[in-house]
Design a protein around this ligand. Structure first.
Ligand code: GLU
Ligand code: MG
Length: 476
């Protein structure tokens, strides 16, 4: 089998030899796709405000796209969620071009969009160097940095969405059944079956689907993968659910807060840290150790690194003004900076799995995150925070075994359980002050995150919760 060329990394250049090999590979991929009835390929990337943007090519142009890329303005990196544009220190204005190249390894026919395939894009400048705002490449780099220390990460996004009737701007729940009720499966059985079958045909391994708490809300969990794979999967899962919903005359909202007075949509991240043991077999560091809840010292330090930086991490993981309407106490969103064993009100819920399954199942669930986040940028920031925790040998405080909102304020203070930022302005300020995250993401990305967050804060300044939810509801 033909060797796949390594993607170009920062500092390298996409040379003529690599371009030729990419083109040859794309040409055989295109022949195969044509045989499967595929007409076009959507090359996607996710912008800093969390919106998946695309350029598409007819399948006959895949070879050219793999070799030379498809032009797209760099200005999209400073788009806000309503498609208005700010300018950052590194990006802005109508001038310039960069090239989207399909990642042929992750190209999949989209069962929900017959005739279409999807390929996450690499973004290169015209001179063949990697674009500094390519958040997918950034995640690859963070994964490699952890690997240099001997660590790998398995991760998955758990996606919640709310289903509305029809295509109106308002939200009108498509089912009436109670939270977690079987009635909700019965009401939309054909729709949910199609969600499952199309995800499977697209190559996504679903491990669970259930009705959630809020009106019309469901959740799907998928199998853990390598970080870049998990972020690609999150993009495909959302587009598949969106398409199947529309085919059923429904509309899916992934917004952090669909209605101002309801429970929101989270996109919790599950993470486990692995290391090869003596015989090269990967072992889960989240189990079998003598730290808290069976964590090894490294898993504890990794978790503590994330806990320590949660306020700043929210600027990438809860990136919308609407995110803070969701992130409120006693809504299972994890609004306090603390951790606990199976505590659904702690920002970090540690999951051990059933006795006997722990070595495979133990993982950390980060709950305070939502699907407005760019999944690549978010995972890159989480890995950087965890890696820094390992380096600093951080230790966890005592676990919290109650809803922190029910504790008297002085007890919370004594146990160091702080409320997480209550607004995007607060998390943006924490992010701007966090030199570890800024260094890991690089100056161009960090400054652009600030510019986009500040832009959305200004855009929605003075808006009521109803106005914020209305503007955000159908965007991500
Ligand atoms: N919908 C909740 C959230 O906003 C999460 C419910 C759950 O624990 O799955 O994150
Ligand atoms: Mg849930």
């Amino acid at each position: 089998m033909e060797q796949i060329p390594e993607p170009v990394t920062a500092g390298q250049v996409l040379d003529a030899h690599t371009r030729a090999r990419l083109g040859a590979r794309a040409s055989s991929t295109a022949r195969r796709l044509t045989g499967q009835g595929i007409v076009a390929v959507a090359l996607t990337w996710v912008d800093i405000s969390g919106i998946t943007r695309t350029k598409t090519v007819p399948v006959e142009r895949l070879e050219h796209a793999a070799k030379w890329g498809v032009g797209m303005s760099p200005v999209f990196d400073v788009f806000l969620l309503d498609d208005s544009i700010v300018s950052g220190r590194h990006i802005g204005g109508p001038v310039g071009d960069l090239r989207l190249h399909p990642d042929l390894d992750r190209l999949v026919p989209l069962a929900a969009l017959p005739g279409w395939a999807h390929a996450p894009a690499f973004r290169y400048a015209q001179d063949g160097t990697l674009h500094p705002l390519d958040t997918r490449a950034l995640l690859r780099r963070e994964t490699e940095r952890l690997a240099a220390g001997g660590w790998t990460v398995k991760t998955a996004f758990e996606i919640e969405w709310a289903v509305s009737k029809g295509d109106g701007a308002d939200f009108s729940p498509a089912c009436r059944g109670p939270a977690y009720g079987m009635t909700r499966v019965t009401e939309l059985a054909g729709y949910l079956r199609d969600v499952l079958t199309t995800l499977k045909e697209t190559g996504v391994t679903v491990v669970q689907l259930h009705p959630e708490y809020a009106a019309g809300q469901y959740e799907v969990s998928v199998a853990a993968e390598d970080p870049v794979g998990a972020a690609d999967t999150a993009v495909v899962v959302k587009e598949t659910i969106r398409a199947v919903s529309m085919a059923h005359g429904l509309a899916a909202s992934f917004s952090p807060k669909v209605e101002a007075d309801s429970v929101g949509n989270g996109a919790h991240v599950h993470l486990s840290l692995w290391r090869a043991n003596g015989d090269g077999r990967p072992v889960n560091a989240m189990a079998g150790g003598d730290g808290p809840c069976g964590m090894t010292a490294a898993a504890e330090a990794f978790t503590a690194g994330i806990l320590h930086r949660l306020p700043a991490l929210l600027a990438v993981g809860a990136p919308a003004v609407a995110s803070y309407l969701r992130l409120v106490p006693s809504h299972w969103a994890g609004a306090f900076a603390c951790w606990g064993l199976e505590n659904r009100e702690a920002a970090l819920r540690f999951v051990t799995g059933a006795d006997g399954e722990r070595p495979a199942a133990a993982n950390l669930e980060i709950k305070c995150l939502d699907a407005a986040a760019n999944p690549y940028l978010l995972l890159a920031a989480l890995l950087a925070a965890g890696r820094d925790g390992i380096g600093a040998e951080r230790r966890l405080p005592e676990p919290v075994g109650v809803d922190p909102a029910g504790l008297p304020e002085d007890e919370r203070a004594a146990r160091d359980i702080a409320p997480l930022p209550a607004s995007l302005a607060e998390s943006a300020a924490a992010f701007e002050a966090d030199t570890v995250l800024r260094e890991a993401l690089g100056e161009a990305v960090a400054d652009t995150v600030s510019a986009v967050r500040r832009g959305e804060i200004a855009l929605l300044d003075g808006a009521t919760p109803e106005q914020v939810t209305a503007l955000t509801r159908w965007r991500h």
